[in-house]
Unconditional design. Structure first.
Length: 346
């Protein structure tokens, strides 16, 4: 009976657990996959020396394909060592599921990962983190998903962990400054008032290593910094407990006066957009009245009523109804434009 063992290497050269070393030592075949962190040849040599095993370094494609690993695991004890905790990567979880379906026994030797270490080293409360997201080279183009995830979390008072991709194929990682620049561009594009030059941001680099770095401050200052070699992660704090403020001040050497609550500055999407729509709608209504007199008074009256409904719904927190109502108001006015009755400039 074979077995597939997923072994976490932790965050640095010495991060592997005693259980992990024993699992590799007792295996028949041992693989090492580096994909989400820079390749350190010394780790392979040290791991081989410590375990007495020949360690074969494989690519992410080799693991994604998985056919050779699974075939060998049918009758051998196969260890797959990876940085961090094995099951943080969906690729490894998918391989595990395939193994289970094939009747292959699977074992996981857990270790520290950036997902847990960055949260704890930041001084922020673990239970106050919302959904995490990864910034890849591709997402830098628009940053829409990251921007929206931060918005969702901040509205709930939650902190956002942004993991910055490292590509073994390219031998480079996403830079924190590029992510911060991308967030400012996203703000210009989507105008939800989510981030600004004053947004409090934490940048964590090379956690678990001797040359680790912790930097915090306003986005406007942090966007100009070179954070050195990967891997990196970014945290955008939400609502802060006083103990979190104290922790950030101590850990990141900040004056508590520099630490503010990002969530308190963030509005609902409807709160940001609706006042702008209302202003434009009412300006257009007045403009049409001046051009047409009483000819379309009933239509314009109904448009104004929908606009008032939108305001009322917004005050009650019924955002969907508020946006629908202003949409109806604009639709009524646009009907004059579409029929050619009045030329309207929005």
């Amino acid at each position: 009976m074979g077995r597939l063992i997923f072994v976490g290497l932790g965050l640095g050269p010495k991060g592997i657990t005693v259980e992990g070393i024993e699992a590799i030592r007792n295996s028949d075949i041992a693989y090492l996959e580096y994909y989400t962190t820079p390749h350190e040849p010394s780790v392979v040599n040290e791991l081989s020396s410590e375990t007495g095993k020949e360690i074969t370094v494989v690519s992410r494609e080799f693991v994604e394909d998985g056919k050779r690993i699974l075939e060998e695991a049918k009758s051998n004890s196969v260890a797959l060592a990876v940085p961090g905790d094995p099951m943080i990567a969906t690729t490894h979880n998918e391989l595990r599921v395939r193994a289970i379906r094939m009747g292959i026994e699977t074992t996981i030797v857990h270790s520290a990962s950036i997902a847990s270490a960055a949260l704890s080293i930041s001084g922020l409360h673990f239970y106050k983190f919302g959904g995490a997201i990864t910034a890849t080279a591709e997402t830098l183009n628009t940053m829409e998903q990251i921007y929206r995830q931060i918005h969702i979390n901040l509205r709930l008072g939650k902190h956002t962990m942004v993991l910055l991709e490292y590509s073994a194929e390219r031998g480079e990682g996403v830079k924190p400054s590029n992510v911060l620049e991308g967030l400012l561009r996203a703000e210009e594009n989507y105008k939800r008032e989510v981030v600004s030059m004053d947004t409090l941001v934490l940048v964590l680099s090379r956690i678990g290593r001797q040359d680790s770095s912790l930097v915090a401050g306003k986005l406007g200052r942090l966007v100009k910094i070179d954070y050195g070699e990967p891997p990196h992660s970014i945290i955008v704090p939400g609502s802060l407990h006083f103990t979190e403020r104290e922790a950030i001040a101590a850990i990141f050497s900040l004056d508590e006066k520099e630490i503010h609550d990002n969530s308190s500055r963030v509005k609902r999407t409807a709160e940001v957009l609706l006042p702008k729509y209302l202003e434009k709608t009412r300006n257009v209504i007045e403009s049409v009245r001046e051009k047409t007199g009483k000819e379309y008074s009933l239509l314009l009256e109904n448009a104004e009523l929908y606009a008032r409904d939108a305001e009322e719904f917004l005050l009650k927190g019924e955002d969907e109804l508020a946006m629908l109502s202003i949409g109806y108001a604009e639709g009524l006015i646009d009907s004059l434009n579409f029929t050619g009755a009045v030329k309207i400039e929005w």
